[in-house]
Design a protein around this ligand. Structure first.
Ligand SMILES: [Zn+2]
Length: 194
């Protein structure tokens, strides 16, 4: 664990304990500076992208193959094989918990048919129909999702705000071992923000 990640976990623990959240206005004002989790910026080259006009949903995916695919590898696959503008997910969470930036966060993604116009897509690497997500991945998913809820002013407990891909399209994504953990992610976000 590098310093920034450790520091963030420390801050997150303090927030959960209520250290910073005595004044909602102040915490909202400074949230993006204080709470941004460490995110590896890969500066991937994209084709044409459009900006998203609204952000109402966070969609959780798995990669579907039990390998530790990087955002770079998924980017090449989505661009060169699928013919898309580049990686369809906004974030990729590696098996060691590293969060990588995929598509720029304000761009319309390509991860959930009919729902890309108003959602952010997070891909957790692995196939969670056959294996379990790593603790580091769940920890990072919680941090990232909590930060995104603050950034986009989303209520994590709201109906359809934090969902698995299978809630939107006909798929088993994000897998039978990750899907039940979404409730835990939502509760973490609620406790983190309020
Ligand atoms: Zn999916």
């Amino acid at each position: 664990m590098n310093f920034s990640r450790r520091k963030f976990l420390q801050l997150a623990a303090m927030a959960t304990a209520g250290f910073f959240l005595t004044d909602n206005t102040a915490s909202a004002q400074y949230s993006s500076e204080i709470w941004e989790p460490p995110i590896e910026k890969l500066f991937l080259p994209f084709g044409e992208l459009k900006d998203r006009k609204e952000t109402e949903r966070i969609v959780i995916h798995h990669a579907g193959l039990d390998k530790d695919y990087s955002a770079h590898a998924i980017h090449k696959f989505h661009r060169d094989v699928r013919g898309w503008s580049g990686i369809g997910y906004h974030y990729v969470i590696r098996k060691d918990g590293t969060i990588e930036q995929g598509r720029p966060s304000q761009a319309v993604g390509a991860h959930a048919a009919n729902h890309n116009y108003n959602s952010i897509g997070i891909c957790v690497t692995g196939n969670f129909n056959v294996s379990n997500p790593k603790t580091a991945q769940i920890d990072s998913l919680k941090m990232l999702t909590a930060w995104l809820c603050q950034k986009y002013n989303l209520n994590p407990m709201g109906n359809g705000v934090i969902v698995g891909h299978k809630n939107l399209n006909k798929t088993t994504c994000p897998g039978s071992n990750l899907y039940p953990r979404i409730e835990e992610v939502k509760c973490y976000c609620r406790d983190f923000i309020y």
